[in-house]
Design a protein around this ligand. Structure first.
Ligand SMILES: [Zn+2]
Length: 127
């Protein structure tokens, strides 16, 4: 089934060195050991644990990215599960995001009259 590919220590070190102490997404400065190596293409979607598919992210970016990955993985899982009839256990990581309520925006009433010009704006064809 789905075996999770983790980066080797060597590849992790390469990614960390490339990132140069910064988050590779938002460029936040990271303290030693603070960054998290992320799969750009999640392994569940066929991404490999290679230097090319890895990047160093700060905690904030990684959490954001992971939530996004889970949504994408779930979608592809659903399609696969539909095909083979398997049911996957719910992931504790999956943060549920509620849909925003639709905004019913009403415009403020507009004045229905136009202030009459004083004549200076109206320039006819003068000779
Ligand atoms: Zn970041």
């Amino acid at each position: 089934m789905n075996k999770r590919m983790e980066f080797t220590r060597k590849d992790k070190a390469k990614i960390i060195a490339r990132a140069n102490g910064k988050c590779e997404k938002c460029s936040a400065m990271l303290k030693t050991g603070e960054g998290e190596v992320d799969h750009i293409l999640p392994c569940a979607l066929g991404g490999e644990a290679t230097v090319a598919n890895g990047r160093l992210l700060c905690r904030v970016c990684h959490v954001e990215k992971t939530a996004d990955d889970i949504r994408r993985v779930r979608k592809s899982d659903r399609q696969r599960d539909k095909a083979n009839g398997a049911v996957r256990p719910k992931s504790a990581l999956a943060g549920r995001k509620r849909p925003k309520p639709a905004l019913t925006k009403t415009l403020p009433p507009r004045p229905m009259y136009i202030t009459a010009g004083d004549g200076s704006a109206a320039q006819g064809g003068r000779e």
